[in-house]
Design a protein around this ligand. Structure first.
Ligand code: FAS
Ligand code: PHB
Length: 394
């Protein structure tokens, strides 16, 4: 026996993209149901992004989910680039009039899930075998299994917010979808510790031993990353080995302020650039990591996901409230124009800051020259700053 439900928008995935979309639609009276294959605990336990663009901060506040972020989030008016221990500060506030917010994706997700549940949202966790069907009809159906029972969600539209490994993108026939991909020959080994951050602002380090990033979650919780080989294993790294390597890469002056401690999380993330075109197929709309991936060097993944669903929520609300299909019809090209500019910035930052195994001494000289040019040119620094605080939505 199959249990049938109806809604206007069926959202697959309760990560940042799905949750923000559901909240924005709810605030405009558009019904949705959220399906996620993982448990609430698993979703809330993920340690991922740490920096919110000014546009993401506005979206969360406008959605009514920004209270905790505004209370405990850290406003950052600049960040640092470092090359073999030499620093250059990118003055975000001075160059763009904007800042960024340091507030973990983990907290964003918890805030949104709490708000959605408080408002009685239809959220299904641990949904198995989620399958979008009839996506090119005017009545798509999403099938799933929960606690051994079969369900069908009849809807007008499906939002594929199920990340890189989700089912939505694969629902678009291969003959229709065009993908672009670059896998980087290294990964990021991340460590979270309840230790005071080494500096007040983020430091992105290019060192001949490899890239390192000094970030944070609060004045007493730090987040660090070191570049590692793409086939490395977190088991190869004791906490002490991590701290020793980080200290070597951030330079003696900064390392003198490094307070180490036990890791509360340690993991390796692969780095890739990826885009799927189009981001719409029939009544299926892709948003966030389901449609694109950026290397975290530009702090863009989470922000791009939020930008997509701001554009998608506007399109759906305009359709339901004003019977205007324009924004739905232009959703994919509107998102993709911005996606490619963000892909460019993330690729540019990754190329400038990492040691590539096949880099010759010439490429290393080019990286140093890039750093020196940015440090010497307000125009070059402003270009980085305007991308880092976030490009306009459209
Ligand atoms: P998500 O992947 O967050 O959410 C997708 C959701 O869909 C998940 O909850 C998943 O359980 C669910 N799902 C998947 N398949 C499903 C199916 N078949 N049925 C139902 N549900 C399904 N970005 C940064 O800016 N900075 C960083 O430092 C950073 N670090 C990262 C580290 C890692 C290990 C990873 C994987 C990503 C990182 N990112 C980072 C990028 C990350 O923040 C993403 O951009 C962000 O989570 C995108 O949000 P969503 O598009 O909602 O996708
Ligand atoms: C983080 O704090 O996790 C973080 C910050 C900036 C990045 C990537 C990750 O570019």
């Amino acid at each position: 026996m199959t249990l049938k439900t109806k809604t206007q928008v069926c959202i697959i995935g309760s990560g940042p993209a799905g949750l923000v979309l559901s909240q924005l639609l709810h605030n405009s009276g558009v019904e949705s149901i959220l399906l996620d294959r993982q448990s609430r605990q698993h979703i809330e336990g993920r340690i991922r992004a740490g920096v919110l663009e000014s546009g993401s901060v506005k979206a969360l506040v406008d959605a009514g989910a920004g209270d905790n972020m505004l209370r405990v989030g850290l406003t950052h008016k600049g960040f640092n680039l470092a090359f073999d221990g030499e620093h250059h500060r990118i003055d975000l506030q001075g160059l763009t009039g904007k800042s960024v917010m340091v507030y973990g994706q983990t907290e964003v997700t918890k805030d949104l899930i709490n708000l959605r549940l408080k408002q009685g949202a239809q959220m299904v966790f641990s949904a198995e075998d989620v399958r979008p069907t009839e996506v090119c009809s005017d009545k798509p159906v999403v099938h799933y299994v929960k606690d051994g029972k079969r369900y069908e969600v009849q809807c007008d539209y499906i939002a594929g917010c199920d990340g890189f490994h989700g089912v939505s993108r694969k629902t678009i026939p291969r003959a229709v979808r065009q993908t672009y991909e670059r896998d980087y020959p290294f990964g990021w080994l991340g460590l979270l510790s309840d230790t005071p951050p080494v500096a007040d602002e983020l430091i992105y380090n290019n060192h001949q031993r490899g890239f390192a990033l000094c970030s944070m979650r609060s004045p007493v919780r730090s987040r660090y990353y070191v570049q590692c080989s793409s086939d490395d294993d977190v088991a190869n790294w004791s906490d002490q080995q991590f701290w020793d390597e980080l200290a070597l890469r951030i330079g003696t002056e900064t390392a003198a302020n490094l307070i180490t401690g036990a890791s509360i999380e340690k993991s390796i993330a692969p780095l890739r650039s990826f885009v799927c075109e189009p981001m719409r197929y029939g009544q299926l709309f892709l948003a966030g990591d389901a449609a694109h991936i950026v290397p975290p060097t530009g702090a863009k993944g989470l922000n791009l996901a939020i930008a997509d669903v701001c554009i998608l929520s506007r399109a759906l609300i305009e359709h339901y409230k004003a019977n205007n299909p324009l924004y739905l019809d232009t959703y994919s090209p509107t998102c993709l124009k911005r996606v490619w500019m963000v892909e460019r910035f993330s690729w540019y930052m990754s190329k400038m800051l990492h040691q590539f195994p096949d880099n010759s001494p010439f490429e290393r000289k080019m990286q140093r020259a890039e750093f020196d040019y940015i440090a010497a040119s307000q125009t070059a620094s402003k270009s980085i700053a305007e991308n880092y605080v976030g490009l306009p939505l459209d």
